[in-house]
Design a protein around this ligand. Structure first.
Ligand SMILES: C[S@@+](CC[C@H](N)C(=O)[O-])C[C@H]1O[C@@H](n2cnc3c(N)ncnc32)[C@H](O)[C@@H]1O
Length: 152
């Protein structure tokens, strides 16, 4: 539960979020041994860091549509500046260059991705893309379709 694993890349997630992420990671690595992680919404790569560093994480799939602005249920559109996959990968190379090859990136949204193209099964998902009810539900259903029976 050492939050310093998030220290190289700025994350949009709160300290409490990060503790929850690490608790889920600890659970899945204990239950599964090796695991596959899928994330929807990665921006700079902040929430990927602990999985990149984890030798028990064998693969990381990052899905991010990277739109210029995105609707948000909190009532205003959000803009993520200089949002690109290349920038994220460069950031993650600063964390652990030797493990970056385990990351597969998909520039897109779950509404346009066929779940059967995901190399699964996946053991752990994080949904942090478009923060609207409709997108959350769509992303949740996508995750359910790629998770293994005991995934979360
Ligand atoms: C809150 S940021 C992710 C932060 C990251 N998880 C972290 O903790 O550092 C949200 C990301 O969702 C992406 N996004 C927006 N709409 C999306 C969509 N429909 N599908 C997938 N990703 C989307 C944005 O491009 C942005 O990079």
């Amino acid at each position: 539960m050492d939050l310093s694993v998030f220290s190289t890349i700025e994350s949009q997630s709160s300290e409490e979020d990060k503790k929850s992420f690490l608790a889920c990671q600890a659970a899945v690595r204990e239950i599964k041994g090796e695991y596959a992680y899928l994330e929807i919404g990665s921006y700079l790569g902040g929430s990927i860091q602990p999985h990149l560093l984890d030798t028990k994480c064998r693969t990381i799939i990052s899905i991010d549509k990277r739109p210029k602005t995105q609707p948000d249920e909190r009532g205003f559109d959000w803009t993520y500046l200089e949002n690109s996959t290349d920038r994220m990968i460069d950031n993650l190379k600063r964390v652990a260059p030797e493990y970056v090859e385990k990351i597969k990136t998909i520039d897109g949204s779950t509404e346009e991705i066929d779940p059967s193209t995901i190399e699964g099964p996946i053991d752990l998902c994080l949904i942090d893309g478009e923060h609207t009810d409709a997108a959350m539900r769509r992303d949740f259903e996508f995750c359910l379709s790629v998770l293994n029976e005991r995934g979360g």
